[in-house]
Design a binder for this molecule. Structure first.
Ligand SMILES: O=C(O)CCC(=O)C(=O)O
Ligand SMILES: [Fe+2]
Length: 218
């Protein structure tokens, strides 16, 4: 979609976003700036607010260049329609913006010793407004079903909370996923906890989530 078409579609309509840095987009350091929350059963969540600054342009690029399709996804024993738009970049596929390669390199650098393998794939999800969402799930289509792993998420655009709850029930925890923020789910999180992006009735602009995962995790 061209920028003009985006403006006309309303997807470009992001009041409140003004993170256009004079010296261009920049990843702020991770070391010493990532806050870890230990969950139960060896699961954890890392949060680095404001990881990418000057990220308006990346949001617009992704909205413009990423081919998008409506998602159908295996949820437990059923394949269901998920109200959001997605695209997926397999290992080795060219990413739609060099900043995503830079993000992945920074994540590899920071998590190398703990993860012991690189982040290889990138998933993009576009939540057009508050009625787009993803229901409670773990990323258990691949190795996350049986192994500890990591899923790193760079959020762009509208603030939407990511909720986490223990698999099998329990109170949920709310994590902010705002423009330029990094959130990483790690350890056993995909198989012992579930996460979701709930719908909201609040007027909400478009959010794009970029998820980096190791090979075979989905
Ligand atoms: O939108 C997000 O940040 C979460 C996406 C997600 O959980 C998934 O695609 O598996
Ligand atoms: Fe997920």
């Amino acid at each position: 979609m061209t920028t003009k078409a985006l403006e006309q579609s309303g997807l470009f309509d992001q009041p409140g976003l003004f993170d256009v840095a004079a010296d261009g987009p920049q990843f702020e350091p991770l070391g010493g700036h990532v806050h870890r929350t230990e969950l139960t059963d060896g699961a954890w969540v890392d949060v680095r607010p404001g990881w990418l600054t000057g990220s308006d342009e990346l949001l617009h690029t992704l909205l413009a260049v990423v081919p998008r399709r409506a998602e159908r996804r295996q949820m437990y024993d059923r394949v269901v329609a998920v109200p959001r738009l997605v695209s997926f970049y397999e290992q080795g596929a060219a990413l739609p913006d060099p900043l995503l390669a830079a993000a992945r390199a920074a994540l590899d650098d920071h998590y190398r010793d703990e993860l012991r393998e690189p982040f290889t794939t990138a998933g993009l999800c576009c939540y057009r407004d508050g009625s787009d969402s993803v229901a409670w799930h773990g990323d258990t289509i691949g190795r996350g079903r049986t192994e500890d792993t990591m899923v790193a998420i760079l959020s762009l655009g509208a603030d939407r909370p990511l909720l986490l709850r223990p698999r099998g029930g329990g109170p949920s925890m709310r994590f902010a996923a705002g423009h330029g923020d990094l959130l990483v789910m790690g350890g056993s999180c995909q198989r012992t906890w579930e996460h979701c992006i709930p719908k909201t009735l609040r007027p909400t602009g478009t959010r794009v989530s970029v998820q980096f995962r190791p090979c075979g995790v989905r």
